[in-house]
Design a binder for this molecule. Structure first.
Ligand code: F6P
Length: 417
């Protein structure tokens, strides 16, 4: 045995031996030449002393200097991770089976996300289960094993192959209890919840109950805090723009006003961005005061300036006297000589093949969610920030108010002239 091999053998035994077993070290060291035996013995004695003071690593670095082929172990003497070191390799081996569900209002790109969770999960050696109909399926035990083929061809499909539901029963303690029991019975180590605000609140509850969960924001409303974008927003915006362009053709032909009501719940993201990108003459957002008398004057002034149409985009969350503002606005604009027509775009905005952006976003979010579960993380939501995917606490995301970009807000008026 060479000096070097002997040193490596001694170090490896020393790692596993308790201080009482140090006699074995001496037996082995008898095979070495006198000088190196003496040096190593001194160093190992020194190590025992240093170990007490928690500075063993210094000695290992010194040994490594003299014997470069020796590897410096990252674990302590009993081969357990030290408290300050998070052993992600170990955590990865603990996660064996994950589940994925889509919940709440569907959003184009959910399928891309499901596909990424399934295929990236399988590639990491996991069993992947799909839960049909969101939280309702968790309660009613609707688990299906997914394989690579089960998500074939879905990246271009709108809706969600797992189907979705609004599940009020999950808000009850009994419903949640049943869902958690089912997850335990299927031996699921972690769940990916793809959905909007309500679904992410459900994920917070699961996390609080001890279920490992990662949320993925998916809602055409883009009303989830902490992320620049949610899955489905881009496709919905493009659907609205397509409709707006078509409506503009007929509005121009007749020199008419049109009200186009868009979705978004209590948030004005779709209305603002579609209004700016589609060249609307007016945008009505939630929680902004609406001056009906000023609107009539503005419509008349615009046609007099030579505008061939007057397009108003109304957020469904904008209200007058507790009702969506659309019909009160129609009554006022209808009094002008240009007339008015109303188009409520409705659920058309939720369907359709996802845009390239939503396919990529869904894919990146899905893969990031799998990575987070493999790393032993829980209670996080995948978020897009400045082009990068990060994990933020779901509880933080659902408690932050969504915001409208001030630049776009500022531009809305001057660009409508
Ligand atoms: O949250 C997505 C969304 O499409 C909202 O924009 C809209 O207000 C709501 O869902 C409609 O919900 P439902 O499909 O249950 O009528």
């Amino acid at each position: 045995m060479s000096n070097l091999d002997a040193a490596v053998a001694i170090i490896s035994i020393a790692q596993h031996a308790s201080p009482i077993e140090s006699g074995h070290i001496e037996e082995l060291s008898a095979h070495r030449t006198k000088s190196s035996s003496f040096t190593i013995r001194i160093l190992l004695r020194l190590e025992s002393i240093l170990l007490i003071y928690g500075v063993r690593s210094i000695l290992l670095v010194v040994l490594h200097h003299f014997y470069p082929r020796m590897s410096i172990p990252s674990h302590n003497r009993r081969n357990k991770p030290t408290e300050s070191v998070i052993d992600y390799t170990d955590m990865r081996t603990k996660v064996k089976r994950i589940a994925v569900l889509t919940s709440g209002g569907d959003a184009p790109g959910m399928n891309a996300c499901v596909r990424a969770v399934v295929r990236d999960g399988l590639a990491a050696g996991l069993d992947v289960y799909g839960v049909r109909r969101g939280y309702a399926g968790l309660i009613n035990n609707e688990f299906i094993e997914m394989d690579s083929r089960s998500v074939g061809g879905i990246i271009r499909q709108g809706g969600t192959i797992l189907m979705t539901a609004r599940a009020p029963e999950f808000c009850d303690e009994a419903g949640r209890h049943k869902a958690i029991e089912n997850l335990a019975a299927w031996e699921i180590d972690g769940v990916v919840v793809i959905g909007g605000d309500g679904s992410l609140h459900g994920a917070v509850d699961l996390d609080a109950a001890g279920v490992k969960v990662i949320g993925v924001p998916a809602s055409i409303d883009n009303d989830i805090g902490g992320t620049d974008m949610a899955i489905g927003v881009d496709t919905a915006l493009n659907t609205i723009l397509d409709a707006m362009d078509k409506i503009k053709d007929t509005a121009t032909a007749h020199q008419r006003s049109f009200l186009i009501e868009v979705m978004g719940r209590r948030h004005g993201y779709l209305a603002l961005n579609a209004g700016v990108a589609g060249g609307a003459e007016m945008i009505i957002l939630p929680s902004q005061p609406i001056d009906l008398s000023a609107i009539e004057k503005e419509v008349n002034a615009a046609f007099k300036r030579g505008k061939p149409h007057f397009i108003v985009v109304v957020a469904e969350g904008a209200e007058i006297d507790g009702k969506t503002a659309t019909y009160a606005l129609a009554d006022v604009i209808g009094k002008t000589e240009y007339g008015v027509r109303v188009t409520v775009l409705g659920h058309v905005q939720r369907g359709g093949s996802p845009s390239a952006y939503d396919r990529i976003l869904g894919t990146r979010f899905g893969a990031a969610a799998v990575e987070m579960l493999l790393d032993g993380k829980t209670g996080l939501m995948t978020a897009m920030r400045g082009g990068e995917i990060v994990g933020i606490p779901i509880s933080e995301a659902v408690s932050q108010p969504p915001r409208l970009h001030p630049d776009i807000l500022r531009l809305a008026e001057p660009l409508s002239m």
